[in-house]
Design a protein around this ligand. Sequence first.
Ligand code: 5GP
Ligand code: MG
Ligand code: MG
Length: 183
Amino acid sequence: MKLDDVADDLEEILLTEDAIHERIAELSREIEKDYAGERLLLVGVLKGAVMVMADLARELKLPINMDWMAVSSYGSGTQSSGVVRILKDLDSDLTGRRVLIVEDIIDSGLTLSWLLANLQSRGAASVDILALLRKPDAAKVDVPVRYVGFDIPNKFVVGYGLDYAERYRNLRGVGVLAPHVYA
Ligand code: 5GP
Ligand code: MG
Ligand code: MG
């Protein structure tokens, strides 16, 4: 679905499909240099990272494996609690692997900070992070994000994997949700 198809639900268009694909291609060239000659394990965080994972994996000219984790970080509210529960664990053994966590967005950073420590404790040779989007609050926590797609304002965004109440994940771009949608 295109951003135009839900124009009334969006306050602003942040990233077009083309802008996202261009940036993913740039990041892929960096990753190819950084992991030349190695086999990388991409770990996608469900469900938000599905789109970025699919596009990144197809853009990369590297032998890769893909695995998935599902975690829940939010309690009942809209704030990250830092309490993370594994809903679906990896199938892969991380011993000696070069791991790249693929995330949709880093906001408070609590989810990624927990995930990084968790994966590092499993004997990986390296664990790094790619986040397509980064909000300003992420600067307050000490999570080293090696690859960042876009720095965006502190607004609630949807599309390209990101949802509001499980909707809008199938938008090809990213937009700021209009306030009337929450009401
Ligand atoms: P953090 O732990 O960094 O605060 O948040 C991580 C998770 O919160 C993200 O993976 C994402 O699922 C959700 N999240 C944070 N900001 C947004 C946003 O603007 N829009 C949507 N749809 N989800 C968000
Ligand atoms: Mg996520
Ligand atoms: Mg969500």
